[in-house]
Design a protein around this ligand. Structure first.
Ligand code: NAD
Length: 368
């Protein structure tokens, strides 16, 4: 197992903070990957990691992903993440999150936290009692509230960019979209799609969610595993990661993949190029699902829902530049997305006269 410094050097992380508070029982790690463009923003995950090594690996990987996500979303933010080692069902307390908040405060704004898997808006409200460097607070308290409608809107405009590029069409009317997962994002995406006249084929493991969408948007319902085999123009994964894999690649008959789920490609370096070979235009997940991040980032300057939606419309142009670069350089779209993000970070580093002491800190991004 590499030492902490070796792990940090591998992907050019700036700072790692180990937080230990016996009083509250807090054991957490905060990782700041890169603050070239701005303070590092990223959620706080709570998970019962079996080893400290697992927790460190996860937080370093996630923090780096946030650097790219913020850069591609045209935000003035860097990438960071935090993990609290513990069981989110049994180990939560006011003291724990206030203690975490004090560690965040100690970083004086270099890291801004938010909710993530295993943490909630309520937990972040405890964090806010100790620091103002927290986002994802409820709208009642002046925060940005549920980001999902904004994320869904971003996926919708990103899908339109993909349709323009792959099919030369301005509208989604008449196209068939297969939506997997009808939760917070999937439901709102269906709403946008139905409004524009797209035909919907949907699935979910939750029968209630299915019934609601089927009735409200006249969607056709299929069993969860059947979604990969339906006749569709667009596959929109909005549930799980890694649904683009060896099995589904042989089944998907679509022109476009555009959805909200994180880490859609099981193995980027394998399945990214294979999609391109099959002539399927893939909208890179972290570029198309950036609306949620844009939404919380807005909280930093004083939240304005209208501005968050407006900024999210930029996902159309971003995706178009990714698709064009992928075509010009004959590379998979996920590689083009990384290059677009790196170009922005490098240009802004030059503008700010920041000397990047690393060879090329942004290269070799992966989700592993
Ligand atoms: P959610 O938990 O509200 O919804 C997920 C839905 O997927 C649920 O209805 C669940 O029943 C369904 N599901 C689970 N397993 C399934 C399966 N095998 N087949 C079909 N459906 C299944 O989550 P969400 O907030 O809507 O997020 C959806 C995805 O988008 C996640 O991958 C999330 O990480 C990603 N994402 C969300 C946001 C956001 O703003 N909420 C932002 C960026 C990325």
């Amino acid at each position: 197992m590499p030492t902490v410094f070796e792990a940090m050097e591998k992907r050019s992380h700036e700072e790692v903070v180990f937080c230990n508070d016996e009083n509250s029982g807090l054991k957490a790690i905060i990782a700041i990957h890169d603050t070239t463009i701005g303070p590092a923003l990223g959620g706080c995950r709570m998970y019962p990691y079996s080893t400290e090594g697992d927790a460190l690996r996860d937080v370093l990987r996630l923090a780096r992903g946030m650097t790219y996500k913020a850069a591609i979303a045209n935000l003035n933010l860097g990438g960071g993440k935090a993990v609290i080692i513990g069981n989110s069902k049994t180990d939560k307390s006011e003291l724990l999150f206030r203690s975490f908040g004090r560690f965040v405060e100690g970083l004086s704004g270099r890291y801004i936290t938010a909710e993530d898997v295993g943490t909630s808006v309520k937990d972040m409200e405890w964090v806010r009692m100790e620091t103002r460097y927290v986002t994802g607070i409820s709208r009642a308290l002046g925060g940005s509230g549920d980001p999902s409608p904004v994320t869904a809107y971003g996926v919708y405009v990103g899908m339109k960019a993909a349709v323009k590029k792959a099919l030369g069409r301005e509208s989604l009317a008449g196209l068939t979209v297969a939506v997997q997962g009808l939760g917070h994002v999937g439901y709102n995406l269906c709403k946008n799609l139905a409004k524009e006249g797209a035909r919907l084929i949907v699935t979910d493991v939750d029968r209630e969610a299915l019934k609601k969408v089927a009735e409200e948007f006249k969607a056709e319902v299929v069993e969860p595993d059947a979604i990969y085999d339906v006749d569709m123009d667009i596959y929109a994964p909005c549930a799980l990661g890694a649904t683009i894999n060896d099995d589904t690649l042989n089944r998907l008959k679509c022109s476009i993949i555009a959805g909200a789920a994180n880490n859609q490609l099981e193995t980027e370096s394998v399945h990214g190029p294979r999609l391109a070979e099959k002539g399927i235009l893939y909208a890179p997940d972290y570029a198309i699902n950036g609306g949620g991040l844009i939404n919380v980032a807005n909280e930093i300057e004083g939240y304005n829902r209208e501005r968050a939606f407006k900024q999210t419309e930029g996902i159309y142009d971003t995706l178009m530049s990714i698709f064009n670069l992928a075509e010009d350089e004959n590379v998979a779209t996920y590689i083009a997305a990384n290059r677009v993000a790196e170009q922005r970070m490098e240009a802004l580093a030059r503008l700010k006269n920041i000397y990047l002491p690393r060879q090329n800190p942004m290269q070799k991004r992966d989700h592993k």
